[in-house]
Design a binder for this molecule. Structure first.
Ligand SMILES: Nc1ncnc2c1ncn2[C@@H]1O[C@H](COP(=O)(O)OP(=O)(O)OP(=O)(O)O)[C@@H](O)[C@H]1O
Ligand SMILES: [Mg+2]
Length: 257
């Protein structure tokens, strides 16, 4: 039997699923079943949208992926390891391989935008010289060059959202989970942010984006996982009339920023 913890830190080969759900069920306490035996897998380097009406379970599914929730039944496998049985001590190490954009941002209010975004780099031991180079560059790219020192309570919803996105992508995670990452910005910025996720994906990050934004799903040629009444269906690219074709991209090239 494989030891828990073995190979936790290795990047999986591209052919391996980064996320896999097998017959996963979820309910909160004694409430109704949110998921009934759902199954899917995200191959390394893939890009998927996650759709479904409000309350369908998008945030809950992401919560299972970033290990905030455990399934009521079934198995969740991340980076090739069954995390349903993983010891708690193994979870932080897995989480460090993920970038998460929370629907409610979860920024640290007493830190500046710059320090919020620098946090994952400091945890990873990146030098202050590199931090001072990369963080302002990324914040400028998302249109916040003039707000490096601003604290989150003084920012608008869309600005906070962009800080949260910058924090999630700054260390080029193996897996990016983004919950409505364009819910508070205009179309032009939404497109720019999607291009940022595409760039990350080209460098090897597996991407899953929960969204209500039909326009966005139509404009980008990626498959979508759709949640409805406790079930999940995969709509491959081209299976919907507005999708012109194309495939999820993959790559193994992943230099540090
Ligand atoms: N902590 C919780 N305790 C109990 N029920 C919850 C909890 N969080 C979510 N739910 C329920 O689970 C269901 C799915 O909620 P979830 O937040 O995952 O939906 P969603 O698709 O992300 O919705 P939205 O598009 O509005 O963000 C809802 O019926 C919700 O009431
Ligand atoms: Mg949600």
């Amino acid at each position: 039997m494989r030891e828990m913890g073995e190979n936790w830190g290795n990047r999986p080969p591209d052919s391996e699923a980064v996320v896999q759900f097998d017959q996963v069920g979820l309910r909160y306490d004694l409430g109704p079943e949110i998921f009934r035996d759902i199954g899917f897998s995200l191959p390394g380097g893939s890009f998927h949208f996650l759709t479904g009406s409000s309350g369908a379970g998008k945030s809950s599914l992401l919560g299972l992926c970033y290990l905030a929730l455990r399934p009521t039944r079934g198995a969740v496998t991340l980076f090739g390891r069954d995390v349903t049985r993983a010891p708690r001590a193994a979870l932080p190490r897995l989480r460090r391989r993920m970038g998460v954009v929370f629907q409610d941002f979860r920024l640290i209010n007493h830190l500046s935008a710059m320090d919020n975004v620098a946090l994952p780099l400091r945890v990873a031991g990146v030098s202050e010289t590199d931090i001072r180079h990369h963080v302002p560059e990324l914040l400028a790219w998302v249109g916040l060059a003039d707000h490096l020192d601003a604290r989150p309570p003084t920012l608008s919803g869309g600005q906070k959202q962009r800080v949260a996105i910058a924090r999630a992508v700054i260390n080029r995670p193996d897996l990016l989970l983004a919950d409505e990452p364009t819910g508070n910005v205009d179309d032009r910025i939404a497109m720019r942010l999607l291009h940022l996720f595409e760039e990350l994906n080209k460098m090897g990050t597996t991407v899953l984006i929960a969204t209500h934004n039909e326009q966005l799903v139509r404009r980008f040629p990626y498959p979508r996982l759709h949640l409805d009444q406790g079930g999940l269906t995969l709509h491959p690219v081209g299976s919907e009339p507005w999708n012109g074709g194309g495939t999820a991209r993959r790559s193994t090239d992943r230099p540090y920023p």
